[in-house]
Design a protein around this ligand. Structure first.
Ligand code: F6R
Length: 244
């Protein structure tokens, strides 16, 4: 894991944006794996600043696959990740909504929808560059501790700590955070050709230190990233605060 420490969240966003640009502009990657949540915010802001106004930006011909989607929110709920990503990133980048894909949490046959999602990613050529955040319990996407490394997209239960962490998006009330989500599995995520993990803020310092010190173990889902050949971990000083 290539660890890069920058002074603050904005500078970490610039660093992560450089890595995205290297993949998309430099290597010609056209399939983006996108995370929601707070961590990638400054990265998206920086990419929009660089490319949002450019009608011939290569990002406009990209496809994007989201990591996950809550189960049980109305289709027009503002916290549906399919809506969040349009609001925070893809619309301003000029990426057509038809090119932005997310797992379908409303499918009558959820297992079939999960298989279809993994197939759609493969049919698009696989994710060229995946952006990830890390949960304070070590989750990536919604793969909580204990999730088998070999699972593809699946129905995932949110842990109590994740629902508390995400309560800020639901009026501060953890009970309003959905109990489950459809999430890419660890096996899905590891198929991305390159991965950029962004972790910022003091609240991530402890999990970042544990992740870097850990062998790959299902007890700490993000530790699987040690098995991938092209992972950058972009931190700010606060998130790097417990590294020795
Ligand atoms: C979001 C996702 C989650 C978040 C993680 C960190 O699509 O898959 O795994 O990346 O919960 O969230 P933030 O960035 O809000 O701290």
């Amino acid at each position: 894991i290539d660890v890069r420490v920058r002074p603050d969240a904005e500078a970490a966003g610039v660093e992560a944006a450089d890595l995205l640009d290297a993949a998309v502009l430099g290597r010609g990657e056209r399939v983006l794996g996108l995370a929601t949540g707070s961590s990638p915010g400054p990265t998206y802001v920086e990419l929009i600043r660089r490319h949002g106004g450019n009608p011939s930006s290569p990002y406009r011909s990209a496809r994007a696959f989201l990591l996950d989607e809550y189960v049980g929110l109305a289709a027009d709920h503002p916290e549906r990740y399919a809506r969040v990503i349009r609001r925070e990133f893809t619309d301003a980048m000029g990426i057509d909504p038809g090119r932005v894909h997310s797992p379908d949490p409303d499918a009558a046959d959820l297992e079939a929808a999960c298989r279809d999602y993994d197939r759609a990613i493969a049919a698009a050529g696989g994710v060229g560059i995946q952006i990830l955040g890390i949960g304070t319990d070590g989750h990536i996407a919604f793969n909580a501790p204990g999730t088998p490394f070999d699972e593809g997209t699946h129905l995932a239960r949110l842990s109590g700590s994740t629902r508390r962490d995400n309560a800020r998006f639901f009026g501060g009330d953890p009970d309003r955070v959905p109990e489950s989500a459809v999430s890419q599995g660890i096996a899905t995520i590891l198929r991305a050709r390159s991965i950029v993990v962004v972790a910022t803020g003091e609240a991530k310092a402890s999990i970042v230190a544990r992740l870097l010190a850990s062998e790959p173990t299902e007890d700490l889902p993000a530790s699987v990233l040690h098995r991938h050949a092209d992972v950058a971990l972009v931190l700010d000083h606060a998130a790097a605060g417990e590294l020795s």
